[in-house]
Design a binder for this molecule. Structure first.
Ligand SMILES: [Zn+2]
Length: 391
């Protein structure tokens, strides 16, 4: 066998949607818990289960260290496991404000916490592995998120609207182009000075009809008093329309707000949080990983690149994953495989076919394609998401 149907674990994080996975993919919610993420991959924390002709087997147990499944090129470049983790993410509430380390920071941070003896599953562990975690998000419904620092002039004018006395001096740092000092100041305010700033900001937010300030008021409903509620004044607030995608490189401050999306990332669980969460927050470590450059809203979306055979690719600056969308109706030729893949049916119905195997997918279903599959054809209707890596 080289093609395996997958059964995928659901993560019940508290920000997850009760019904989005059911509405889109018919995945029933028997426990009544929020269904936040469906994981497709070989991450040891929650691997997919591959259905074989014999016993079902956890995907990491099937593929780790196995050249026939991962491909020798993939093993040479990315190591002995699947280099990416692919998810469906359904947010009903805002997620934490966060950034992810680059490869070097992850290597050092992981080694350092090992040296200190912090258990891998400890609440206050920042680095759970030694890998970077760039992410790509592809909207399945309208998907709102905060991503990257706004241009400085936008930040200045948004903060200035509220005429908050304690911000007069800090806003001058922004005017001088010193975003890092400004952000560090906000994030390290203590007790009374922080509470007063948040209270003044909320007073203005409640009367403002500016979308960024309305977002501040909305965040305060979920995380009252958290300094992170000011993030919409600092970061671009974007709504992706279904079919749009964006890339989040290492060091980009971001938070997903609401909606359902496919997400693909390097196989890592390294998150540094700066608020809007009940999980571990480590501001000094977060500040070390943030890239303090700004980006225009218009530069956030990835430009889809139409390929042959009904495939549209969303290229990024990393090789750990390659995300594309296939329209089976236009896919008349076979696809060539040189590294492991995961296919996920977004809509319609597809048959994935090799010379001697075939598998049918309906919405919400997925399969793993081994590196030694050679070629496969896709027949059917709708849309298929394709995840692989670049060798
Ligand atoms: Zn993230």
């Amino acid at each position: 066998m080289t093609i395996f149907r997958l059964e995928n674990p659901i993560q019940h994080y508290d920000w997850g949607s009760q019904n989005a996975m059911n509405q889109l993919f018919g995945i029933t919610n028997e426990s009544g818990q929020p269904m936040a993420e469906l994981w497709m991959g070989a991450h040891p924390k929650a691997p997919s289960v591959a259905l074989t002709s014999g016993q079902p087997i956890a995907l990491n147990n099937l593929v780790d260290g196995q050249a026939e499944h991962l491909g020798e090129g993939s093993q040479d470049k990315f190591g002995q496991t699947l280099p990416f983790l692919f998810k469906v993410l359904a947010a009903a509430k805002p997620l934490s404000i966060q950034s992810h380390p680059n490869k070097q920071q992850a290597l050092e941070g992981f080694a350092h916490e090992n040296h200190l003896g912090v258990p891998l599953d400890a609440f206050n562990r920042n680095y759970r592995d030694d890998n970077h975690k760039p992410e790509l998000v592809y909207a399945l419904t309208p998907f709102r998120a905060m991503n990257g620092f706004r241009p400085l002039e936008e930040m200045q004018s948004l903060f200035a609207m509220a005429s908050i006395q304690s911000l007069v001096e800090p806003l001058q740092w922004l005017a001088d182009g010193n975003l890092k000092t400004f952000y560090e100041h906000l994030m390290t305010l203590q007790d009374e000075s922080r509470d007063q700033l948040v209270a003044s900001a909320m007073k203005f937010a409640e009367t403002s009809n500016h979308p960024a300030w309305q977002e501040v008021a909305r965040l305060n409903q979920f995380y009252p008093g958290d300094i992170g509620i000011l993030s919409p004044l600092l970061l671009n607030v974007i709504e992706l329309t279904p079919g749009e995608a964006m890339f989040l490189k290492a060091g980009t401050l971001h938070a997903y707000l609401e909606g359902t999306a496919l997400e693909i990332m390097a196989c890592s669980d390294n998150v540094l949080r700066g608020g809007l969460t009940s999980k571990h927050v480590d501001v000094p470590e977060l500040l070390k990983t943030i890239e303090f450059d700004t980006i225009q809203m218009s530069e956030l979306c990835l430009k889809p690149e139409a390929e042959l055979n009904g495939e549209t690719r969303f290229m990024t600056s990393v090789d750990d994953f390659l995300f594309s969308v296939v329209e089976p109706a236009k896919a008349l030729e076979a696809f060539s495989v040189n590294a492991a893949e995961i296919l996920f049916c977004v809509e319609g119905n597809q048959v994935i076919e090799t010379a001697d195997e075939s598998i049918e997918l309906s919405p919400g279903q997925s399969c793993f394609i081994s590196a030694n599959t050679g070629q496969y054809k896709v027949k059917g209707s709708g849309r298929l998401a394709r995840a692989t890596s670049i060798l």
